[in-house]
Design a protein around this ligand. Structure first.
Ligand code: AMO
Length: 443
């Protein structure tokens, strides 16, 4: 007998079928037992009763949570007054045979109850089966799908960026060192930045979804030491605003896909679909600082960056006064942005770069890049770095690159903010942070 998926049972009322999955609940009432198998498409109530079939009842009574089973039974419509407003609420499965494919040890805790974060993380092979986790990562998969779809639809080509690099892409200090064969040191890439820029010389428009590594000593709810950077880079732009426009399309594509596929999840998590106006509001850092000063009395004017509390305030401001869950902050100072960032000719000292803030946190950095070889060499020197260390990358510029720009977005931060989870660790399948690689490092 062919396996039928649980979501398709409604098409088989009156027939005998086989379903397969994990037992998610067992209720034994003596003369009748209720089993709830779950497969990748959902759950159904299955009933074993002595009146109906006398071998199925004792077999069903043996089952425990998370056992993997095949159940053969008859799909029966429920009487009108017993129907429930949920998947398969109009039917149940009358169990005829049970085959155990795999037994499971007794569970250490009820997997659907509230768990503290360490218990959740220590037991991921089990706790990822929780409804909340399954929904989180199904939504994350949709974000990635929509990211790809929007960019593929706009002439971008996907490429694979390297994870092992010979230097640090951003010229910063937060990189993991790697012993690389005899006497060599390599690093884990902290961003696909330099490679995506080189690739604009090949395909003009490129994107990548890359695992990147950051050795930041930050044990916050926003920092992971391994995260998924979703990036695009595009050539022949006028300035950073073309990049912001493309990013707006990407965000809209993601929000529409989430709306189409995960409305119920948003409901269950108690969050609204994000508001994205046709043009996401934008302001210069200096303007944002003036607003913070006039609205809160806190004077951060002249600071090179925003504090987390300022990001939260600006998001609240954008939502309440500009009708958007997203806001672009542009024109960070040259000394605060990496060497490849383009300086605004009309606003010297400030860059054609931006961050995108979403529900209180920065989820994207991006901007226009320096594309002139000589200028780039000078910018590298200005940051106290050695152009020789960037010789490989500089070839792309030596042999002609158009004006270009792009973005890098943190997939886990985006997912976390979509669902209001409160901690980026729960938006990373197997999070790595200062204290944990699967298990606590202190153990
Ligand atoms: P940046 O370093 O700002 O920019 O990173 C871009 C985005 O990546 C996410 N992010 C992180 N997520 C989780 N844990 C971390 N430790 C972490 N660090 C960063 C954030 C952030 O907005 N090359 C540039 C991008 C570009 O200009 O195209 C870059 O990497 O969501």
């Amino acid at each position: 007998m062919e396996r039928v998926l649980i979501k398709d049972l409604k098409d088989h009322i009156g027939e005998d079928v086989k379903v397969a999955g994990w037992v998610s609940a067992v209720r034994d009432h003596g003369k009748v037992a209720f089993i709830v198998p779950r497969d990748r498409t959902g759950t159904v109530q299955a009933v074993a009763s002595a009146d109906y079939n006398d071998t199925a009842l004792p077999e069903s009574q043996k089952l425990r949570e998370q056992w993997v089973v095949e159940i053969v039974g008859e799909v029966k419509g429920r009487p009108e007054k017993m129907r429930k407003d949920e998947l398969n609420g109009e039917l149940e499965l009358g169990i005829k045979e049970v085959k155990v494919l795999s037994e499971a040890a007794e569970l250490p805790f009820d997997i659907e109850t509230e768990l503290n974060q360490d218990t959740y993380l220590d037991n991921l092979p089990l706790t990822l089966r929780r409804d909340r986790a399954r929904r989180t990562f199904a939504l994350q998969a949709t974000i990635l799908k929509a990211f790809r779809q929007t960019l593929n639809g706009n002439g971008f080509t996907e490429f694979q960026a390297p994870a092992i690099v010979g230097g640090d892409a951003e010229g910063g200090a937060d990189v993991f060192k790697l012993e690389y064969f005899k006497d060599c040191t390599a690093y884990l890439a902290s961003s696909p930045q330099l490679y995506k820029q080189m690739m604009t010389g090949v395909f003009e428009r490129v994107f990548a979804t890359t695992k990147v590594f950051r050795a930041e000593k930050s044990a916050t709810t926003r920092h992971l030491s391994e995260y998924t950077s979703i990036d695009f880079e595009m050539a022949f732009i006028n300035d950073h605003r073309d990049v912001m426009e493309m990013l707006t399309k990407v965000i809209k594509g993601i929000v529409s896909a989430v709306e189409a596929e995960h409305k119920e999840t948003l409901n269950d998590f108690g969050v609204e679909l994000p508001l994205v106006p046709n043009e996401i509001p934008f302001m210069k850092l200096s303007e944002a600082q003036e607003i913070i000063k006039s609205e809160t009395g806190e004077d951060c004017t002249g600071e090179p960056d925003l504090e987390p509390s300022h990001e939260k305030f600006l998001c609240k401001y954008a939502k309440e006064t500009l009708g958007s869950d997203f806001i672009f902050i542009t024109h960070y100072p040259v000394n605060k942005r990496p060497f490849y960032t383009y300086e605004d000719e009309e606003d010297k000292g400030f860059t054609k770069s931006f961050d995108l803030l979403f529900r209180g946190v920065e989820i994207v950095s991006g901007g226009q890049r320096v594309h002139n070889y000589d200028e780039l060499v000078q910018k590298i020197k200005d940051k106290g770095l050695k152009p020789e260390a960037f010789e490989f990358y500089l070839q792309a510029f030596k042999y002609g690159l158009p004006p270009h720009g792009g973005i890098g977005m943190g997939l886990e931060r985006l997912t976390e903010k979509f669902l209001g989870i409160g901690n980026v660790r729960e938006a990373s399948l197997f999070p790595r942070d200062m204290n944990r690689i699967d298990t606590l490092l202190s153990k």
